[in-house]
Design a binder for this molecule. Sequence first.
Ligand SMILES: [Zn+2]
Length: 421
Amino acid sequence: MFDLLIKGGTLPDGTVSDIAITGDRIAATGRVEAEATEVIDATGDLVSPPFVDPHFHMDATLSYGIPRVNASGTLLEGIALWGELRAIATVEEMVSRALTYCDWAASMGLLAIRSHVDTTPDQLRGVEALLEVKRQVAGYIDLQLVAFPQDGLYRTKTGRENLIRALGRGVDVVGGIPHFERTMEEGRESVADLARIAAERGLMLDLHCDETDDPMSRHVETLAREVTRHGLKGRAAGSHLTSMHSMDNYYVSKLLPLMAESGMAAIPNPLINITLQGRHDTYPKRRGLTRVKEMQAHGITVGWGQDCVMDPWYSLGTADMLDVAFMGLHVTQMTHPDEMARCFDMVTNANARIMGLQGYGLKKGDVASLVILDAASPTEALRLRAARLAVIAKGKVIARSARGDARLSLPGRPETLRRRH
Ligand SMILES: [Zn+2]
């Protein structure tokens, strides 16, 4: 007798399998002929491990328009605007916005999130708020926090000290923003400093790195070197890396093997960077997304991150990682069937590897977290941004949505329309 049995679903690799759940674990797969307290028929539907977002800002989310909108649409105005919002935000208000966002995420089958939290203000209100949120959502969302010195590690008097204080309070990952330090030299120093802090404390490292159109912003090179030096393979990531879009091809041909050697991962954020980058260009306007396919060809793990939903930097978003992958697919022209399938893999398995999630997957013994989608395959899920028919978190059904069907009133045509193909 199982607690929950999902019958006949199609897994991302195309195999058809039942999934039986006992408590918070997957107890059996394949063909399961046994009773269960609850049975969900997933015949013809895609059953996937949950979506994972390795790059988000939960202290800023759902604040769009407070106290004003970002008129220029640039990263720099976004940072200035966040400074204004941060000054008036309270712990209670940040907790409330973040919990609402986690409701959205749960409904979208997004069950693991790495959120940066700004450690610039001495009061560390964001840290207090997101540690509280992490505790409250632990039953259904794995929330990993990154100590993020938004205004620079060295650019403010207490930037470094506050980052260390945040780590002391239980923030999981070391963050940074070398391209926002005062000089290239201080940016380089910050990367070395942060990698040392991560190594000494046995923590993961995830830097906002080279989020600029300046091709001379080459902190990713230092990051790769420091990851190798400190043996942070598999525990370090560079987020954004947009300058790589504008770099000289010869230089990149030297850079990519260095990155691959280090074992670092990359987290491009296509929704935000297709809107932020190229703002100083006339025409042609650069896309500003990093070199995803080229990194993957070198064996570098690349995931898609969401970064922002309705905040000082980005005015849209719904916590849908399929939206993120859909945009990434378009901007990087990953249109081959294998590449489209890989885009889905990036917002599930690759992102889970980047976050170091344990027990992630659909094998016997894995954590019983999964999502049933109104689609037959990963590529169809992307094309439709398919409805999440059911979301199961640690063995419990936590959300359901209706199919994305339409009703037609056209003589001689079908009454209901499902855009499957
Ligand atoms: Zn970010």
